[in-house]
Design a protein around this ligand. Structure first.
Ligand code: DHE
Length: 497
C-alpha cells in the first residue's frame, strides 16, 4: 500500500473544509432531498409554507439563511446547519428566491382536491354552546405561533385556542349572524370556523398566494382575491366548495393580481381593486347573481382602499401623483386625486363625525403622520405628526379617541390617542417600553380597548377606553390583529372593513 504523506492529507482536509460553489441546479437537488417533504413539490407548500418568491417577499434572504441554518423556534422547521455547509445554504436561498422553472399553476381541480370538510355542520347545534355573549367575542390572531384564540369579550377569558394555517393575513371575516368566521392565509388557505360550537368546519386552498377575502352580507358567498395565480375565487360560504374562479383580466386582456376585495353591504356587492390594470370592479351578488364584473376605469393602478360611510365612494391608494384617489361607485367615474403623500394604509383608515361632518383618517407607512380628510370636500384638513409611520388605526362610536400605532422606527412602542374633535394627540401610551405596540380593537360597547404588543414575549393588553387604566394583560407570542364579532358584523364606525 502506498502511504500518503501527512502534509498531503492535511491539504486534502483543508480543501474539503472550504465549501465549493454550489450551482442552482445542485441547490434544486438539495431542495428535493431536504425540503420537499415539508414544503412540497415545486415549492408549493405542504406541512410547511410555500417557498415561492411571492411567498418569501416579506422575508429578507439573510433571515431565510438564518432559518435554514438554525431552524425556527416553536415550529417544525428543523436546523440544517449541521447537514448543509454555508455554500449549500447560500445556494438554497438563491434557489428559493428564483421563480420556478415552470410557472406554478393552481387549477379548479387543485382547489377542489384541497377542500377538507372537518365537521359536518348540519350535525351541530345552531345556538352558542358557551356562556359568553356571541356578539362580544374576540377572534385574536397570534402570529408568532400561528394560532388563533377566541376570547370572551366581557370577562377576557379564553374560550378556545387552535392552530391556524401558516401566516394568516388581513382581517378574518364573519357571517352576517356572527356564527362563522373565515380566515385567509398568505399561502391561500381559507378556513371556516364555527364560533357557536368552537370547532373548525372546513378548509380549502383557493390560491398559492392570497391577498384577502370578503364575505357577502347575505352570508352565501366568499370571494378570495389572489396574487398567485392572479384571479378571484368564489366559494360557497357553507362549506368552502368552489363555485368558480373569475379571471382578473383588464379590458385590454392584461392579466392582473388582486390588490384587495371587500364587501359593500348596502350595495349587495363585492368591490375589487386590481393591481396591474387601472380598474376597480364591482361584482353584484343580489338576487340570482351571475358574478359578471362591472368595470370601473381608474385614473391609476389601485392598491388598498376604503369606503365612505354610505359606500358610495371608494378611497384608494394610488401610486402616482398625490397618493390617493376617489372613485364614485354610482357613476363609475374617478372624482378627484387626494393629497396622501406618505403611502397611506387605506384599509386601516377609519371615519367618524367631527362636528356635523364625516372625516376620514388614515395612517401612512412611509411618514410619521395621520392624514385627515373632510369627506364632503375631499380636502386634507390636517396632517397630525406622530412619533413614526403607523400601520393600524381604530376607534368606536363611543370613544372620544382614535387609537393609532407607531409601527415603524425606534418609537414603535408608542400608541397615540388622537382626540377625534380637536385632531390633536391627546395621550401617548407605551404599554411595554421597547416592544412594538400595534393594532387595537374595541369591545362591542366601546368600553374597553384591546391592544397588541407585537413581540415574542408580547401580550394582549386590555384598557378601560375612558380612564386608560390597564385592566388585564394576557401574555401572547406576537398577537397581531384582533376582531370583535359585533363590531365586524355591524360594519361599525371606527373598525376596519
Ligand atoms: Fe396587511 C390587513 C395589505 C403587510 C398585518 N393588509 C391588510 C389588508 C390589506 C393588506 C389589503 C386588508 C385586508 C382585509 O383585512 O381584508 N399588508 C398589506 C400589504 O400590502 C403589506 C404592506 C405588504 C404585504 O406583504 O402584504 C402588508 N400586514 C402587513 C404586515 O407586515 C403585517 C403587519 C403583519 C402580517 O401579518 O403580515 C400586516 N394586515 C395586517 C393585519 C390586517 C391587515 C393584522 C388586518 C387589520 C384589520 O384590523 O382589519
Amino acid at each position: 500500500m502506498r502511504l500518503i504523506p501527512f502534509a498531503l492529507l492535511m491539504l486534502c482536509g483543508a480543501i474539503q473544509a472550504a465549501p465549493e460553489a454550489v450551482s442552482l441546479e445542485q441547490a434544486g437537488v438539495l431542495y428535493e432531498q431536504h425540503c420537499q417533504s415539508c414544503h412540497g413539490a415545486n415549492r408549493l407548500g405542504g406541512a410547511g409554507p410555500a417557498l415561492l418568491p411571492e411567498s418569501l417577499s416579506r422575508i429578507k434572504p439573510d433571515e431565510a439563511r438564518a432559518v435554514i441554518h438554525n431552524g425556527r423556534p416553536a415550529s417544525q422547521m428543523a436546523a440544517f446547519g449541521d447537514r448543509l455547509n454555508p455554500a449549500q445554504i447560500d445556494a438554497l436561498v438563491s434557489y428559493l428566491y428564483q421563480p420556478a422553472a415552470t410557472p406554478p399553476t393552481w387549477s379548479d381541480a387543485d382547489i377542489r382536491a384541497s377542500q377538507r370538510i372537518l365537521t359536518d355542520v348540519d350535525t351541530l347545534p345552531n345556538t352558542p354552546q358557551h356562556s359568553a355573549d356571541p356578539l362580544n367575542l374576540f377572534v385574536v390572531v397570534e402570529a408568532g405561533n400561528h394560532h388563533v384564540r377566541i376570547l370572551d369579550g366581557d370577562r377576557f377569558e379564553e374560550l378556545a385556542n387552535f392552530q391556524s394555517h401558516f401566516a394568516l393575513h388581513g382581517g378574518p371575516k364573519f357571517s352576517p349572524d356572527g356564527r362563522f368566521v373565515y380566515f385567509a392565509s398568505r399561502d391561500g388557505w381559507i378556513s371556516l370556523y364555527d364560533l357557536h360550537n368552537l370547532t373548525m368546519i372546513a378548509e380549502v386552498r383557493a390560491g398559492l398566494n392570497t391577498r384577502n377575502l370578503a364575505v357577502s352580507n347575505d352570508g352565501r358567498w366568499v370571494l378570495v382575491g389572489n396574487y398567485l395565480p392572479g384571479n378571484l375565487v368564489l366559494l360557497d360560504a357553507r362549506d368552502l366548495s368552489l363555485v368558480k374562479h373569475i379571471p382578473t383580466l383588464g379590458a385590454d386582456g392584461t392579466q392582473s393580481r388582486v390588490s384587495a376585495v371587500y364587501t359593500a353591504p348596502p350595495r349587495d356587492s363585492f368591490v375589487v381593486a386590481l393591481k396591474d390594470v387601472k380598474e376597480a370592479w364591482e361584482i353584484s351578488y343580489a338576487g340570482e347573481p351571475d358574478f359578471q364584473p362591472r368595470r370601473i376605469v381608474a385614473a391609476d393602478f389601485l392598491d388598498d382602499f376604503s369606503f365612505t360611510p354610505d359606500y358610495r365612494y371608494l378611497l384608494a391608494t394610488s401610486r402616482k401623483a398625490l397618493g390617493g384617489q376617489v372613485i364614485d361607485l354610482d357613476t363609475g367615474k374617478a372624482v378627484t386625486d387626494i393629497p396622501l403623500p406618505g403611502m397611506p394604509h387605506l384599509g386601516s383608515g377609519i371615519y367618524w363625525k367631527r362636528g356635523g361632518n364625516w372625516v376620514f383618517a388614515t395612517p401612512n407607512v412611509s411618514k410619521g403622520l395621520i392624514s385627515v380628510l373632510d369627506l364632503q370636500s375631499w380636502e386634507l384638513i390636517k396632517e397630525i405628526p406622530t412619533e413614526g409611520p403607523g400601520f393600524f388605526m381604530r376607534s368606536h362610536l363611543n370613544s372620544p379617541y382614535a387609537w393609532t400605532d407607531v409601527f415603524f422606527g425606534p418609537n414603535n412602542d408608542a400608541v397615540h390617542l388622537i382626540d377625534k374633535q380637536t385632531l390633536e394627540v391627546a395621550h401617548t401610551l407605551r404599554p411595554m417600553p421597547g416592544k412594538n405596540a400595534a393594532h387595537v380593537e374595541f369591545t362591542n360597547d366601546g368600553r374597553y380597548a384591546l391592544l397588541s404588543v407585537w413581540d415574542t414575549d408580547g401580550a394582549l393588553i386590555i384598557y378601560d377606553a375612558r380612564t386608560l387604566k390597564e385592566i388585564k394583560r394576557i401574555p401572547m407570542n406576537k398577537p397581531s390583529g384582533k376582531y370583535n364579532v359585533g363590531n365586524k358584523i355591524e360594519f361599525a364606525e371606527g373598525t376596519s372593513h
